[in-house]
Design a protein around this ligand. Structure first.
Ligand code: FAD
Length: 223
């Protein structure tokens, strides 16, 4: 049975980035993806995903985002492909809403460039938006989007260049503990590793049944 330091299960948005980061640290890593790299059934498919420095959920995300921006720029330099597009972005809602107040708290705590706009000011500057009059808007000039599907290929390419092995069209069926290590069972074989990273997105509870009631996939509709 072949042996690895770490096996990354699921090579989508998260798994591909994880593979690159582990491989560049000198780990012997294997990535296993049940479909092709960059397919239309996962969460990362399509052209883009929004990114910003301040997330309304918590100011603690800001240092992670600063680091993420650095890593996107590094990946771009290495692959010679633009992955992060800074366009500016808005969070909008009722003035006392969690979205607006949370985004503002994160901006203020971390001294991030931002502007607070009324609905009318937003409409004048960005005529595509017609917001309710009472809405407040937090504009972040550093927000933008990541080319999400291209990013999977970019990260996978960087991972392989750094020594990672990636298997497509191989489905992981089970993870079994084995004397302090782990055996990963797929529809094509068995592999052993010191650690596994389960980055199977919406399928995560197939391999970790304890998450069945907590990680319930839901459809996200873009407007
Ligand atoms: C429509 C939509 C809009 C979104 N908008 C935003 C946004 O604007 N900004 C933002 O930050 N986030 C956004 N998100 C969320 C973001 O896209 C996801 O958080 C991210 O793509 C998740 O990546 P992932 O690697 O966890 O999942 P995925 O990319 O789905 O990767 C999981 C991979 O695991 C593989 N896999 C599953 N089971 C197995 C198995 N048994 N064996 C082997 N491989 C397996 C799958 O085939 C898949 O390739 C959005 C999501 C959606 C759906």
């Amino acid at each position: 049975m072949r042996s690895f330091d770490t096996i990354v299960i699921g090579v989508g948005g998260m798994g591909s980035a994880t593979l690159w980061q582990l491989a560049r640290r000198g780990q012997k890593v294997l990535g296993i993806e049940r479909f092709d790299l960059g397919h239309s059934l996962g969460s990362s498919h399509g052209v883009n995903r929004i990114i910003r420095l301040a997330y309304f959920e918590h100011p603690n995300y800001v240092p992670l985002l600063r680091r993420a921006y650095e890593l996107w720029r590094e990946a771009e330099q290495l692959t010679k492909e633009q992955l992060l597009f800074v366009t500016g972005g808005i969070d909008a809602g009722a003035e006392d809403s969690r979205i607006v107040q949370g985004a503002l708290t994160a901006c203020r705590e971390h001294d991030l460039p931002h502007e607070v706009l009324t609905a009318q000011e937003t409409q004048q500057r960005f005529p595509g938006y017609k917001l309710p009059n009472k809405y407040a808007v937090v504009y972040q000039p550093d927000a933008g989007f990541v080319a999400s599907e291209r990013a999977i290929l970019a990260h996978a390419t960087l991972a392989v260049s750094a020594g990672a092995e990636i298997h497509g069209r191989e489905k992981v069926l089970a993870i079994e503990p084995a004397n302090g290590r782990v055996v990963v069972v797929t529809d094509q074989g068995r592999y052993e590793a010191g650690k596994v990273v389960v980055s199977t997105g919406g399928w995560v509870s197939d391999l970790i049944p304890a998450l069945k009631t907590k990680a319930v996939p839901e459809r996200q509709v873009l407007g």
